[in-house]
Design a protein around this ligand. Structure first.
Ligand code: GLN
Length: 239
């Protein structure tokens, strides 16, 4: 039996607008294929061992919660970066996404240093970017979600997609998210994965390929997921 290990960072603090559902989606999509996914909830980075991990998940959080976990994450900055460079899969949502960069300055002017996975920064403003969002991604088709962030992110890397409706990275340049190696950073909550199963499968299959050398996975029947997505898409694009 194939097995994968996922570290879910600070689920008590970083879990907004259903982010936890992403971990459940990973679990179910693995289970339906006979892949065993062990989920470890990380509450402290003291004595954490990243050498066997296959997937990393960081959810979103308020500025306050982000501030509380930043110093914990910075303790494993080097190891985290090595994992990413080695191709470990990572999904980081909103506040978690901001933490992948060099720094995030809140709208109050507090600066939180990031993990330096990629060279970018995020800056908060008083007016938040809130609402349903639809993006177009060349690899995964249209992706739907919900965003609520004050931070604006600017980066020169490949984005996850182009904004069709909503704000995305900064409400300015039409980009949303980040796609770097096997890392996906995005502002989309919702949760993201149950209604965008192709994205979940990309992350799982890249982890399987890295560990077992093969990418093919059993196809699942996503009729229900896709129908849900189309209904949500209509609602999102109408308003
Ligand atoms: N605190 C960050 C911001 O407001 C992230 C918010 C979130 O994770 N939804 O930009």
């Amino acid at each position: 039996m194939m097995n994968l290990l996922l570290y879910n960072f600070f689920p008590d603090r970083l879990n907004l607008y259903g982010d936890r559902g992403n971990v459940i989606a990973f679990q179910k999509r693995c289970e339906w294929r006979g892949i065993q996914l062990e989920v470890v909830n990380i509450k402290s980075t003291n004595s954490i061992n990243l050498s066997q991990v296959d997937l990393l998940f960081i959810g979103g959080g308020s500025d306050r919660e982000q501030g509380l976990v930043t110093h914990e994450l910075l303790k494993i900055k080097k190891e985290f970066k090595s994992c990413i460079e080695d191709g470990v899969g990572c999904l980081a949502i909103c506040g978690g996404y901001q933490l992948l960069g060099n720094y995030y300055v809140t709208s109050e002017g507090n600066k939180y240093m990031g993990l330096d996975i990629c060279d970018f920064y995020s800056v908060g403003q008083k007016n938040r970017m809130v609402g349903n969002i639809a993006i177009e991604s060349k690899d995964f088709g249209n992706i739907l979600g919900f965003e609520n962030h004050s931070g604006r992110t600017y980066h020169p890397y490949e984005s996850l997609g182009k904004v069709i409706k909503g704000f995305g990275n900064n409400g300015n340049d039409g980009t949303e998210g980040l796609y770097y190696k096997n890392v996906i950073g995005t502002y989309l909550h919702g949760p993201l994965l149950p209604k965008n199963p192709a994205l979940a499968d990309q992350i799982i299959s890249s982890a399987i390929e890295r560990k077992y050398g093969r990418k093919e996975m059993i196809q699942l029947d996503d009729t229900l997921e896709n129908e849900t997505k189309h209904i949500l898409e209509k609602i999102c694009l109408k308003h």
